[in-house]
Ligand binder design. Structure first.
Ligand SMILES: Nc1nc2c(c(=O)[nH]1)N(C=O)[C@@H](CNc1ccc(C(=O)N[C@@H](CCC(=O)O)C(=O)O)cc1)CN2
Ligand SMILES: Nc1ncnc2c1ncn2[C@@H]1O[C@H](COP(=O)(O)OP(=O)(O)OP(=O)(O)O)[C@@H](O)[C@H]1O
Length: 204
């Protein structure tokens, strides 16, 4: 039977586990009540404010890549603009240039004209490209070792692998995204720190 064969193959097992786990995490996140969400977002923003000064001391430039939230990701857009003003940062947003390729990042300021990109994610309409010094990566799932699970496109892994010097990486998510392990694959990279409403989780 093909189902027995699949169960005996650890690669298929892992892929199935990722698929079902991802779906469960996304459903839990979408079901989060508005008030709990708003409170958690405010806490995440406060933790990021506390984290940024130390991070900025360790990077050359001042470009922070955020993200335009989709599928009930924490909405940190207001925080991004406040942080840009407070810390003198340039903002950027990720853009899927092509499938199976690294993300590119476009400069972004409040009020910039946006267009709908791949998967209908809003992205800056301009053509300019920047290299971020710090990248906020939204997580679908994460574990205590700093591994991130995303939507399954492998975009952030591919992007980080291609960047030299490596940027500082901050995973962002709700505590409900925490897993014992994401069962990392060989290409999975660890983020420097993951921030949830409960605080900072440094990779170890
Ligand atoms: N807010 C936000 N923006 C982001 C990301 C992100 O995680 N969050 N990305 C981080 O990478 C990139 C977009 N990555 C994405 C990757 C897959 C899907 C997606 O919907 N995939 C389909 C399956 C597609 C397939 O298998 O070919 C799906 O899940 O139904 C969406 C976004 C760039 N922008
Ligand atoms: N650095 C890489 N080089 C080549 N392929 C990669 C790389 N990183 C990931 N991939 C491929 O991308 C696919 C999805 O990877 P994975 O499930 O880890 O995505 P993800 O981190 O959840 O997604 P995303 O970062 O887009 O949110 C895998 O099939 C993997 O082989």
């Amino acid at each position: 039977m093909s189902s027995q064969k699949a169960a005996a193959d650890p690669t298929d097992d892992d892929a199935l586990w990722r698929k079902t786990t991802r779906a469960a995490l996304l459903a839990a996140r979408a079901a989060m009540p508005d008030q709990a969400r708003a409170q958690a977002e405010a806490r995440i923003a406060a933790h990021l404010d506390a984290l940024l000064p130390a991070l900025l001391a360790g990077v050359q430039g001042r470009v922070l890549a955020g993200y335009w939230p989709i599928r009930a990701e924490p909405d940190l857009r207001d925080w991004m603009h406040r942080a840009a003003a407070a810390f003198g940062l340039e903002l950027a947003l990720p853009v899927v240039a092509a499938p199976d390729q690294p993300l590119i990042f476009r400069p972004y300021r409040a009020g910039d004209p946006m267009i709908a990109g791949r998967w209908n994610i809003a992205e800056p309409a301009g053509e300019a490209v920047v290299t971020p010094d710090i990248i906020l990566a939204p997580v679908v799932g994460f574990d205590g070792h700093g591994y991130r699970m995303g939507y399954g496109g492998g975009f952030y892994d591919r992007t980080l692998e291609a960047m030299s010097p490596p940027p500082q990486t901050i995973g962002v998510g709700f505590e409900s995204a925490r897993l014992e392990t994401i069962h990392p694959q060989p290409h999975d990279l660890r983020l420097d720190v993951i921030v949830t409403e409960r605080g900072l989780h440094h990779s170890r």
